[in-house]
Design a protein around this ligand. Structure first.
Ligand SMILES: NC(=O)C1=CN([C@@H]2O[C@H](COP(=O)(O)OP(=O)(O)OC[C@H]3O[C@@H](n4cnc5c(N)ncnc54)[C@H](O)[C@@H]3O)[C@@H](O)[C@H]2O)C=CC1
Ligand SMILES: O=C(O)C(=O)[C@H](O)COP(=O)(O)O
Length: 386
Protein backbone atom coordinates (compact mmCIF):
# COMPACT_ATOMS: atom_id res chain seq x y z
CA UNK A 1 0.00 0.00 0.00
CA UNK A 2 1.27 3.48 -0.86
CA UNK A 3 2.13 5.51 2.28
CA UNK A 4 -0.25 8.41 2.93
CA UNK A 5 1.23 11.77 1.85
CA UNK A 6 2.55 14.03 4.58
CA UNK A 7 -0.08 16.45 5.83
CA UNK A 8 1.23 19.93 6.50
CA UNK A 9 -0.95 22.48 8.27
CA UNK A 10 0.41 26.02 8.05
CA UNK A 11 -0.45 29.62 8.83
CA UNK A 12 -1.57 31.19 5.54
CA UNK A 13 0.74 34.17 6.14
CA UNK A 14 3.94 32.16 5.90
CA UNK A 15 5.52 32.96 2.52
CA UNK A 16 7.05 30.46 0.08
CA UNK A 17 5.08 27.50 1.47
CA UNK A 18 4.14 26.46 -2.05
CA UNK A 19 7.78 26.29 -3.12
CA UNK A 20 9.28 24.72 -0.02
CA UNK A 21 6.57 22.61 1.61
CA UNK A 22 3.94 21.76 -1.04
CA UNK A 23 6.37 19.35 -2.79
CA UNK A 24 6.66 17.40 0.48
CA UNK A 25 2.99 16.45 0.79
CA UNK A 26 -0.50 17.91 1.15
CA UNK A 27 -0.40 21.55 2.22
CA UNK A 28 -3.36 23.00 4.13
CA UNK A 29 -3.22 26.70 4.97
CA UNK A 30 -5.33 28.35 7.67
CA UNK A 31 -5.55 31.79 9.31
CA UNK A 32 -3.09 31.60 12.21
CA UNK A 33 -5.64 32.55 14.85
CA UNK A 34 -8.04 29.84 13.64
CA UNK A 35 -5.71 26.82 13.71
CA UNK A 36 -7.33 24.28 16.05
CA UNK A 37 -6.89 20.70 17.22
CA UNK A 38 -9.39 19.36 14.66
CA UNK A 39 -7.14 20.65 11.85
CA UNK A 40 -4.27 18.63 13.25
CA UNK A 41 -5.78 15.23 14.05
CA UNK A 42 -4.10 13.56 11.06
CA UNK A 43 -1.40 16.19 10.39
CA UNK A 44 2.35 15.51 10.43
CA UNK A 45 3.74 19.03 10.38
CA UNK A 46 2.43 22.25 11.93
CA UNK A 47 3.93 25.56 10.80
CA UNK A 48 2.92 28.70 12.68
CA UNK A 49 3.69 32.38 13.17
CA UNK A 50 3.65 34.22 16.48
CA UNK A 51 -0.15 34.44 16.77
CA UNK A 52 -0.92 30.73 17.22
CA UNK A 53 -0.56 29.50 20.80
CA UNK A 54 0.96 26.01 20.52
CA UNK A 55 0.39 23.92 23.62
CA UNK A 56 -0.72 20.53 24.94
CA UNK A 57 -4.40 21.30 24.36
CA UNK A 58 -3.70 21.95 20.66
CA UNK A 59 -1.44 18.95 20.04
CA UNK A 60 -2.29 16.10 22.39
CA UNK A 61 -4.06 13.26 20.57
CA UNK A 62 -3.04 14.58 17.12
CA UNK A 63 -0.48 12.97 14.84
CA UNK A 64 1.74 16.06 14.60
CA UNK A 65 5.42 15.05 14.68
CA UNK A 66 7.05 18.39 14.01
CA UNK A 67 6.21 22.00 14.84
CA UNK A 68 7.98 24.96 13.24
CA UNK A 69 7.51 28.63 13.96
CA UNK A 70 8.74 31.03 11.27
CA UNK A 71 9.69 33.51 13.98
CA UNK A 72 12.52 34.36 16.33
CA UNK A 73 10.26 34.61 19.37
CA UNK A 74 8.98 31.40 20.95
CA UNK A 75 6.80 32.79 23.75
CA UNK A 76 3.69 31.40 22.00
CA UNK A 77 5.08 27.85 22.14
CA UNK A 78 4.89 25.56 25.17
CA UNK A 79 8.30 23.94 24.67
CA UNK A 80 7.85 21.67 27.69
CA UNK A 81 4.62 20.23 26.30
CA UNK A 82 6.30 19.61 22.94
CA UNK A 83 9.21 17.78 24.60
CA UNK A 84 6.82 15.71 26.74
CA UNK A 85 4.76 14.79 23.67
CA UNK A 86 7.94 13.84 21.77
CA UNK A 87 7.27 16.39 19.01
CA UNK A 88 10.20 17.87 17.07
CA UNK A 89 10.51 21.64 17.07
CA UNK A 90 12.27 24.46 15.33
CA UNK A 91 12.04 28.22 15.44
CA UNK A 92 13.94 30.51 13.09
CA UNK A 93 16.58 32.21 15.26
CA UNK A 94 17.88 35.42 13.80
CA UNK A 95 15.76 35.15 10.63
CA UNK A 96 14.53 38.74 10.76
CA UNK A 97 17.10 40.22 13.15
CA UNK A 98 18.52 42.56 10.49
CA UNK A 99 15.03 43.83 9.70
CA UNK A 100 14.50 44.77 13.36
CA UNK A 101 17.92 46.44 13.49
CA UNK A 102 17.05 48.46 10.39
CA UNK A 103 13.66 49.40 11.86
CA UNK A 104 15.46 50.84 14.90
CA UNK A 105 18.12 52.61 12.81
CA UNK A 106 15.48 54.12 10.55
CA UNK A 107 13.41 55.24 13.56
CA UNK A 108 16.46 56.92 15.11
CA UNK A 109 17.49 58.71 11.92
CA UNK A 110 13.92 59.90 11.30
CA UNK A 111 13.54 61.13 14.88
CA UNK A 112 16.94 62.85 14.77
CA UNK A 113 15.75 64.78 11.74
CA UNK A 114 12.31 65.53 13.15
CA UNK A 115 13.54 66.62 16.57
CA UNK A 116 16.75 68.16 15.24
CA UNK A 117 19.14 66.34 17.56
CA UNK A 118 22.58 64.95 16.89
CA UNK A 119 22.42 61.16 17.13
CA UNK A 120 26.20 61.13 17.64
CA UNK A 121 25.74 63.05 20.86
CA UNK A 122 23.35 60.46 22.30
CA UNK A 123 23.95 57.05 23.89
CA UNK A 124 21.84 54.04 22.98
CA UNK A 125 21.03 51.50 25.70
CA UNK A 126 20.28 48.05 24.34
CA UNK A 127 18.44 45.64 26.62
CA UNK A 128 18.85 42.07 25.36
CA UNK A 129 22.05 41.59 23.37
CA UNK A 130 21.25 38.48 21.34
CA UNK A 131 20.84 38.29 17.57
CA UNK A 132 19.00 41.60 17.29
CA UNK A 133 20.70 43.50 20.12
CA UNK A 134 24.25 42.50 19.18
CA UNK A 135 23.72 43.36 15.50
CA UNK A 136 22.20 46.70 16.47
CA UNK A 137 25.15 47.39 18.77
CA UNK A 138 27.62 46.46 16.03
CA UNK A 139 26.08 48.88 13.53
CA UNK A 140 25.81 51.72 16.05
CA UNK A 141 29.39 51.19 17.22
CA UNK A 142 30.62 51.08 13.61
CA UNK A 143 28.86 54.45 13.13
CA UNK A 144 30.66 55.79 16.20
CA UNK A 145 27.57 56.02 18.42
CA UNK A 146 27.97 55.16 22.11
CA UNK A 147 26.11 52.07 23.30
CA UNK A 148 25.29 50.65 26.71
CA UNK A 149 24.56 46.93 26.83
CA UNK A 150 22.43 45.03 29.33
CA UNK A 151 22.00 41.26 29.16
CA UNK A 152 22.42 39.57 32.55
CA UNK A 153 21.99 35.96 31.26
CA UNK A 154 24.69 36.51 28.62
CA UNK A 155 26.92 38.52 30.95
CA UNK A 156 26.94 35.71 33.54
CA UNK A 157 28.42 33.19 31.12
CA UNK A 158 31.02 35.51 29.56
CA UNK A 159 34.71 35.80 30.35
CA UNK A 160 35.20 38.69 32.80
CA UNK A 161 36.90 40.92 30.20
CA UNK A 162 33.84 40.79 27.92
CA UNK A 163 31.33 40.89 30.77
CA UNK A 164 32.84 44.21 31.82
CA UNK A 165 31.30 45.79 28.70
CA UNK A 166 27.83 45.06 30.08
CA UNK A 167 25.86 46.99 32.70
CA UNK A 168 22.81 46.50 34.88
CA UNK A 169 19.33 47.56 33.77
CA UNK A 170 19.37 50.30 36.41
CA UNK A 171 22.66 51.74 35.14
CA UNK A 172 21.41 51.60 31.56
CA UNK A 173 18.15 53.36 32.41
CA UNK A 174 20.06 55.97 34.40
CA UNK A 175 22.55 56.74 31.64
CA UNK A 176 21.05 56.05 28.22
CA UNK A 177 19.41 58.76 26.11
CA UNK A 178 17.76 56.09 23.96
CA UNK A 179 16.56 52.73 25.31
CA UNK A 180 15.81 49.90 22.88
CA UNK A 181 14.32 46.62 24.12
CA UNK A 182 15.29 43.33 22.46
CA UNK A 183 14.69 40.61 25.03
CA UNK A 184 12.46 37.58 24.55
CA UNK A 185 9.22 37.52 26.54
CA UNK A 186 9.70 35.19 29.52
CA UNK A 187 7.40 34.84 32.49
CA UNK A 188 9.49 32.95 35.05
CA UNK A 189 13.04 32.62 36.33
CA UNK A 190 15.49 35.23 37.60
CA UNK A 191 15.67 36.95 34.21
CA UNK A 192 11.92 36.98 33.51
CA UNK A 193 11.13 39.89 31.19
CA UNK A 194 7.35 40.16 31.66
CA UNK A 195 6.88 43.80 32.80
CA UNK A 196 10.64 44.30 32.95
CA UNK A 197 9.75 47.95 32.59
CA UNK A 198 7.00 48.79 35.08
CA UNK A 199 6.29 51.69 37.43
CA UNK A 200 9.64 51.63 39.26
CA UNK A 201 11.93 50.97 36.30
CA UNK A 202 10.01 53.29 33.99
CA UNK A 203 10.50 56.06 36.55
CA UNK A 204 14.28 55.72 36.02
CA UNK A 205 14.07 56.91 32.42
CA UNK A 206 16.12 60.07 32.04
CA UNK A 207 14.61 63.35 30.81
CA UNK A 208 13.99 63.36 27.04
CA UNK A 209 14.58 59.63 26.66
CA UNK A 210 13.51 57.85 23.49
CA UNK A 211 12.07 54.46 24.46
CA UNK A 212 11.73 51.84 21.72
CA UNK A 213 10.04 48.47 22.10
CA UNK A 214 10.39 46.18 19.08
CA UNK A 215 10.62 43.01 21.19
CA UNK A 216 7.36 41.85 22.78
CA UNK A 217 4.55 44.06 24.11
CA UNK A 218 4.31 42.70 27.67
CA UNK A 219 8.00 43.45 28.35
CA UNK A 220 6.61 46.90 29.23
CA UNK A 221 3.64 47.28 31.56
CA UNK A 222 1.54 49.26 29.06
CA UNK A 223 -0.80 50.68 31.70
CA UNK A 224 2.12 52.01 33.72
CA UNK A 225 3.63 53.37 30.52
CA UNK A 226 0.45 55.25 29.70
CA UNK A 227 0.34 56.68 33.23
CA UNK A 228 3.92 57.86 32.88
CA UNK A 229 3.38 59.25 29.39
CA UNK A 230 0.43 61.28 30.64
CA UNK A 231 2.71 62.91 33.22
CA UNK A 232 5.88 63.28 31.15
CA UNK A 233 5.71 64.79 27.70
CA UNK A 234 9.52 64.86 27.46
CA UNK A 235 9.56 61.15 26.60
CA UNK A 236 9.44 59.96 22.99
CA UNK A 237 7.82 56.53 22.72
CA UNK A 238 8.20 54.16 19.80
CA UNK A 239 6.13 51.00 20.04
CA UNK A 240 6.06 48.25 17.45
CA UNK A 241 4.64 45.74 19.92
CA UNK A 242 1.70 46.09 22.31
CA UNK A 243 0.70 44.34 25.47
CA UNK A 244 -2.67 43.07 24.25
CA UNK A 245 -2.08 42.53 20.52
CA UNK A 246 -3.94 42.60 18.25
CA UNK A 247 -5.64 45.20 20.44
CA UNK A 248 -3.88 48.56 20.70
CA UNK A 249 -4.86 50.94 23.48
CA UNK A 250 -5.82 54.12 21.57
CA UNK A 251 -5.00 56.26 24.62
CA UNK A 252 -1.46 54.87 24.65
CA UNK A 253 -1.12 55.13 20.86
CA UNK A 254 -2.05 58.81 21.15
CA UNK A 255 0.99 59.33 23.40
CA UNK A 256 3.34 57.31 21.18
CA UNK A 257 5.36 59.19 18.52
CA UNK A 258 5.82 56.18 16.24
CA UNK A 259 3.23 53.41 16.57
CA UNK A 260 3.53 50.39 14.27
CA UNK A 261 1.66 47.06 14.07
CA UNK A 262 4.39 44.53 15.04
CA UNK A 263 6.19 44.78 11.73
CA UNK A 264 9.74 45.61 12.80
CA UNK A 265 10.88 42.22 11.51
CA UNK A 266 8.83 42.30 8.31
CA UNK A 267 11.49 42.57 5.62
CA UNK A 268 11.02 40.28 2.65
CA UNK A 269 14.41 38.72 3.40
CA UNK A 270 13.46 38.14 7.05
CA UNK A 271 10.16 36.48 6.23
CA UNK A 272 11.60 34.22 3.54
CA UNK A 273 14.55 33.29 5.76
CA UNK A 274 12.03 32.20 8.42
CA UNK A 275 10.33 29.71 6.09
CA UNK A 276 13.67 28.61 4.69
CA UNK A 277 15.01 27.82 8.16
CA UNK A 278 11.93 25.70 8.91
CA UNK A 279 12.35 23.82 5.65
CA UNK A 280 15.98 23.07 6.53
CA UNK A 281 14.98 22.06 10.07
CA UNK A 282 12.34 19.65 8.75
CA UNK A 283 14.86 18.07 6.34
CA UNK A 284 17.32 17.61 9.21
CA UNK A 285 14.55 16.23 11.46
CA UNK A 286 13.56 13.50 9.04
CA UNK A 287 17.01 12.98 7.51
CA UNK A 288 16.08 13.96 3.96
CA UNK A 289 18.32 16.03 1.68
CA UNK A 290 17.71 19.75 1.20
CA UNK A 291 16.42 20.02 -2.37
CA UNK A 292 15.70 23.74 -2.64
CA UNK A 293 17.86 26.82 -2.35
CA UNK A 294 17.33 30.12 -0.54
CA UNK A 295 18.56 32.10 -3.56
CA UNK A 296 15.61 30.89 -5.65
CA UNK A 297 13.15 32.40 -3.15
CA UNK A 298 14.47 35.94 -3.06
CA UNK A 299 13.51 38.13 -6.03
CA UNK A 300 15.81 40.90 -7.19
CA UNK A 301 14.84 44.18 -5.52
CA UNK A 302 12.97 46.70 -7.69
CA UNK A 303 15.81 49.17 -7.19
CA UNK A 304 19.24 47.65 -6.63
CA UNK A 305 21.47 50.73 -6.93
CA UNK A 306 21.32 54.34 -5.84
CA UNK A 307 23.72 57.10 -6.78
CA UNK A 308 24.40 59.54 -3.94
CA UNK A 309 25.94 62.95 -4.20
CA UNK A 310 28.45 64.32 -1.70
CA UNK A 311 25.70 66.17 0.13
CA UNK A 312 23.43 63.17 0.72
CA UNK A 313 22.65 62.45 4.35
CA UNK A 314 22.31 58.99 5.89
CA UNK A 315 18.54 59.30 5.91
CA UNK A 316 17.97 59.45 2.17
CA UNK A 317 18.71 55.78 1.27
CA UNK A 318 17.25 54.61 4.59
CA UNK A 319 13.98 56.44 3.95
CA UNK A 320 13.78 55.00 0.47
CA UNK A 321 13.88 51.46 1.88
CA UNK A 322 11.95 52.00 5.07
CA UNK A 323 9.94 54.94 6.40
CA UNK A 324 8.45 54.05 9.82
CA UNK A 325 6.01 56.98 9.60
CA UNK A 326 4.25 55.17 6.73
CA UNK A 327 3.47 52.26 9.09
CA UNK A 328 2.58 54.72 11.85
CA UNK A 329 0.00 56.44 9.63
CA UNK A 330 -1.51 53.10 8.60
CA UNK A 331 -1.89 51.94 12.21
CA UNK A 332 -3.42 55.27 13.29
CA UNK A 333 -5.90 55.11 10.42
CA UNK A 334 -6.94 51.64 11.60
CA UNK A 335 -7.52 52.99 15.12
CA UNK A 336 -10.06 55.43 13.70
CA UNK A 337 -12.29 52.45 12.75
CA UNK A 338 -15.04 51.32 15.18
CA UNK A 339 -13.47 49.50 18.14
CA UNK A 340 -14.80 46.05 17.17
CA UNK A 341 -12.97 46.27 13.83
CA UNK A 342 -9.61 47.39 15.19
CA UNK A 343 -8.14 43.99 16.02
CA UNK A 344 -8.97 42.66 12.57
CA UNK A 345 -7.45 45.80 11.06
CA UNK A 346 -4.20 45.21 13.00
CA UNK A 347 -4.00 41.67 11.59
CA UNK A 348 -4.85 42.95 8.13
CA UNK A 349 -2.05 45.53 8.15
CA UNK A 350 0.37 42.71 8.90
CA UNK A 351 -1.13 40.32 6.34
CA UNK A 352 -0.99 42.91 3.55
CA UNK A 353 2.35 44.40 4.51
CA UNK A 354 4.10 45.99 1.52
CA UNK A 355 7.37 44.53 0.29
CA UNK A 356 10.23 45.95 2.33
CA UNK A 357 13.84 45.15 1.47
CA UNK A 358 16.83 45.09 3.79
CA UNK A 359 19.70 47.58 3.41
CA UNK A 360 21.83 44.78 1.93
CA UNK A 361 19.62 44.84 -1.20
CA UNK A 362 20.61 48.39 -2.19
CA UNK A 363 24.13 49.20 -3.36
CA UNK A 364 25.03 52.82 -2.88
CA UNK A 365 27.29 54.44 -5.43
CA UNK A 366 29.04 57.37 -3.82
CA UNK A 367 32.37 59.16 -3.41
CA UNK A 368 35.08 57.07 -1.70
CA UNK A 369 35.30 59.27 1.41
CA UNK A 370 31.55 58.79 2.04
CA UNK A 371 31.61 55.03 1.68
CA UNK A 372 32.70 53.95 5.21
CA UNK A 373 29.79 55.61 7.04
CA UNK A 374 27.10 54.24 4.71
CA UNK A 375 28.79 50.86 4.89
CA UNK A 376 28.74 51.03 8.69
CA UNK A 377 25.00 51.63 8.48
CA UNK A 378 24.66 48.35 6.56
CA UNK A 379 24.64 49.28 2.87
CA UNK A 380 26.87 47.69 0.24
CA UNK A 381 28.86 50.53 -1.34
CA UNK A 382 30.60 51.10 -4.67
CA UNK A 383 32.29 53.98 -6.45
CA UNK A 384 30.06 56.63 -7.96
CA UNK A 385 29.46 56.28 -11.68
CA UNK A 386 31.17 59.02 -13.66
N1 LIG B 1 8.90 43.25 16.55
C1 LIG B 1 9.25 42.27 15.76
O1 LIG B 1 8.83 42.22 14.60
C2 LIG B 1 10.20 41.22 16.23
C3 LIG B 1 10.38 40.97 17.57
N2 LIG B 1 11.27 40.01 17.99
C4 LIG B 1 11.43 39.79 19.44
O2 LIG B 1 12.77 40.14 19.79
C5 LIG B 1 13.26 39.19 20.70
C6 LIG B 1 14.77 39.15 20.67
O3 LIG B 1 15.23 38.61 19.43
P1 LIG B 1 16.71 38.03 19.29
O4 LIG B 1 17.71 39.05 19.64
O5 LIG B 1 16.80 37.44 17.96
O6 LIG B 1 16.70 36.91 20.39
P2 LIG B 1 17.95 36.20 21.07
O7 LIG B 1 17.41 35.03 21.79
O8 LIG B 1 19.04 36.04 20.08
O9 LIG B 1 18.45 37.29 22.14
C7 LIG B 1 17.72 37.67 23.25
C8 LIG B 1 18.69 38.14 24.30
O10 LIG B 1 17.96 38.67 25.40
C9 LIG B 1 18.65 38.30 26.57
N3 LIG B 1 17.81 38.40 27.77
C10 LIG B 1 16.96 37.48 28.28
N4 LIG B 1 16.41 37.95 29.41
C11 LIG B 1 16.92 39.19 29.61
C12 LIG B 1 16.73 40.17 30.62
N5 LIG B 1 15.92 39.99 31.66
N6 LIG B 1 17.42 41.34 30.50
C13 LIG B 1 18.25 41.56 29.46
N7 LIG B 1 18.49 40.64 28.50
C14 LIG B 1 17.82 39.48 28.57
C15 LIG B 1 19.15 36.90 26.28
O11 LIG B 1 20.20 36.53 27.16
C16 LIG B 1 19.58 37.02 24.84
O12 LIG B 1 20.94 37.38 24.72
C17 LIG B 1 12.58 37.87 20.27
O13 LIG B 1 12.50 36.96 21.33
C18 LIG B 1 11.21 38.34 19.83
O14 LIG B 1 10.32 38.26 20.90
C19 LIG B 1 12.03 39.32 17.10
C20 LIG B 1 11.89 39.53 15.75
C21 LIG B 1 10.92 40.47 15.21
O1 LIG C 1 10.17 36.74 14.64
C1 LIG C 1 9.50 37.19 15.57
O2 LIG C 1 9.65 36.84 16.75
C2 LIG C 1 8.47 38.20 15.30
O3 LIG C 1 8.05 38.93 16.14
C3 LIG C 1 7.96 38.25 13.92
O4 LIG C 1 8.42 39.30 13.16
C4 LIG C 1 6.48 38.32 14.12
O5 LIG C 1 5.86 37.93 13.02
P1 LIG C 1 4.50 37.11 13.04
O6 LIG C 1 4.87 35.71 13.25
O7 LIG C 1 3.65 37.61 14.16
O8 LIG C 1 3.96 37.40 11.72
Amino acid sequence: MKPAPLKIVADENIPALETLFAPLGELHTRPGRAICRDDLLDADILLVRSITPVNRALLEGTSVRFVGTATIGTDHIDLTALAELGIGFSSAPGCNADAVVEYVLSVLLHLAEEQAFDLWGRSVGIVGVGNVGSRLAARLQALGIRTLLCDPPRQRVMPAAQAAHFCSLEQLLNEADIVSLHTPLTRSGEDATWHLLQGKTLAMLQPDTILINAGRGPVIDNRALLELALQRDDLTLVLDVWEDEPAVDPALAARVRIATPHIAGYSLEGKLRGTWMLYQAWCAFCGTPVQQSFAQLLPLAEVTEMQLTEKAGLLSPVRMLYDPFRDDRALRASLAAPQQQQKAAFDQLRKQYPVRREFSALTLRLPTDQQPIFNALGFPVADAKK
